[in-house]
Design a binder for this molecule. Structure first.
Ligand SMILES: NC(=O)c1ccc[n+]([C@@H]2O[C@H](COP(=O)([O-])OP(=O)(O)OC[C@H]3O[C@@H](n4cnc5c(N)ncnc54)[C@H](OP(=O)(O)O)[C@@H]3O)[C@@H](O)[C@H]2O)c1
Length: 263
């Protein structure tokens, strides 16, 4: 059996980072090599063993020689971690949201320049990626659509990156803006939500939700609803593991899980 793929996780105490640590540990093909944490700790306990911990990714890479760095932190830290990992020829995977177009260009150039794999995915849930794909198929047949996304109360940004990307992909697939009603009397401002070329986008923030999205298409006498629910953060982990294995095996930059799923 080949040696397990060494993985460094940035943000191991966070909601996504801690799930990633568990997922890596439970996959026989992978092994946690270390963690990047802002906390003053030299080691990080995982099961019965402990791995090196540091707040300095560069020195951790030099000490542990992993094949891949996975980041779930903040956009600023993710870009910094991507620069360091790719610059040293180490594959980089991040699901951290908030990276701008110019940040993606930097990561792409580094991945290409160093001939190393890099995958940035705003959503690692396989069902969510498929739901967006199905929405692009439906968008060619319906002229009216709205998106409702529902998340936990601690989510800071609205709408979700997935909702925005879904609405944009639907408009691109349709090749024209969607139709919409002009509400002439809006008694509560903002009630119609945000708008992407005729697709109204609504954000719900409540405790009890994890990450959910409904895409509604209206037609003559019919409504098509495409719904995806992440009921636990472990829903993102099959996608994260797939991304790690892809980035380690395949040099170059990939945005989103779609190409790995054939959609
Ligand atoms: N792509 C997807 O499928 C997906 C799914 C869910 C969430 N996300 C995104 O993933 C990111 C993390 O979400 P989360 O819910 O896990 O957030 P979280 O619970 O707040 O965790 C973020 C972690 O990042 C750490 N961190 C922040 N800055 C750092 C730095 N400079 N160096 C090292 N660690 C740093 C924090 O450390 P401390 O513990 O020391 O504060 C914290 O543990 C967000 O951008 C979120 O939108 C993506």
């Amino acid at each position: 059996m080949p040696d397990p793929i060494g993985v460094v996780v940035c943000g191991p105490h966070g909601r996504m980072g801690s799930e990633t640590v568990l997922a890596v540990e439970h996959d026989a093909a992978l092994q946690l090599a270390g963690v990047v944490s802002r906390r003053a700790e030299a080691t990080f306990g995982v099961g019965a063993r402990s791995v090196p911990a540091s707040n300095d990714l560069a020195s951790l890479l030099d000490a542990t020689h992993p094949a891949c760095v996975v980041d779930f932190t903040t956009a600023e830290a993710a870009l910094q971690h991507g620069r360091i990992a790719l610059g040293r020829g180490v594959a980089f995977v991040t699901g951290t949201t908030g990276l701008g177009l110019e940040d993606l260009v930097v990561l792409r150039e580094l991945a290409d320049g160093h001939r190393v794999g890099c995958l940035v995915a705003p959503n690692f849930a396989i069902g969510a990626v498929l739901a967006t794909h199905f929405a692009t198929l439906a968008a060619k047949h319906f002229a009216w659509a709205e998106v409702i996304e529902l998340h936990h109360e601690r989510k800071a940004d609205a709408p979700s990156g997935t909702a925005l990307a879904t609405a944009r992909a639907m408009v691109a697939a349709r090749g024209a803006p969607f139709e919409e009603t002009e509400v002439t009397k809006q008694t509560l401002p903002g009630t119609r939500g945000g708008e992407v070329d005729g697709v109204h986008v609504h954000s719900v923030r409540l405790p009890g939700f994890v990450a959910h999205q409904e895409i509604l298409f209206g037609g003559q006498g019919e409504v098509l609803t495409i719904r995806h629910d992440s009921t636990h953060r472990n829903s993102f982990m099959p996608g994260v593991l797939l991304a790690i294995k892809h980035a380690v095996a395949q040099p170059g930059f990939v945005f989103g899980l779609g190409p790995l799923l054939g959609v």
